[in-house]
Design a protein around this ligand. Sequence first.
Ligand SMILES: [Zn+2]
Length: 276
Amino acid sequence: MPEGPEVEVVRQSLEEVLLHQRIARVKVSDKALRRPVTQKDFNFLKGAVVQQCLRRGKFLYCLTGPHQGFWCRLGMAGKLLWQNKGAPLRPHSHVVLHFDNGQRLAYVDPRRFGELVPFPSLAMLETELQKLGPDPLSWSEPDKQRVVRALGQTKRQIKVALLDQGILSGVGNIYACEALFEAHISPFRQSKSLNINERFRLLNATEAILKRAVAHGGTTFSDYEQPDGSAGDNFNHRQVFQRDEEPCHQCNTPIKSRTQHGRSTFFCPRCQKTRG
Ligand SMILES: [Zn+2]
């Protein structure tokens, strides 16, 4: 599942190809996505020019004017592919934006947990953005302090809190495991039991991990690929994720995995002690 860094890599690639391109027409399949859309919903975008490609957390959006555009959530296995005219459309291309220059942007999603949604008003976009906490790839110091306070108030386990997109956005299972390892904090500790130094250490580690992942082109492990079809290589740089029973790079103790809130958590029992 793509997390903030993968979506940022997609955003950067889209920015290179999409900016200043004029939408000629949009084709929508009859299969419902996470939020169902019809061809008619896209009518206002005909003739519109892409002006900005932006992102918060895993939420990607393009503005075609001050108040309108379209957004995309990649969900579990969604992809945005930039294709030349005449290239065969991939199966499961549910929304296809055709541009004046003959190229097209296809939203491909075999599992249909994601969405590509046009927004004719800023209010519609803001409703989505308001659900998302600060993004460690772009947050300000006051944003970070807000997250430190929020983590100090929740009784949930720290890893569960890190995955809450309303507290901070863009961290999914891989980077939550990696950040907790980097900060030497057990994923099973209660969030509010972390002292302020530990919380800052964790958020600094999270920011560093996400930035490193962007620099490596994102983590490709199954379904994620960049809009030009290439793969990211961050998977080779992970410390704990999907390394159960392999030796910890810092202390040689075998990495363990345990199910936590329905997700697999990977950790080093020695480097990440339950008592801080
Ligand atoms: Zn270790």
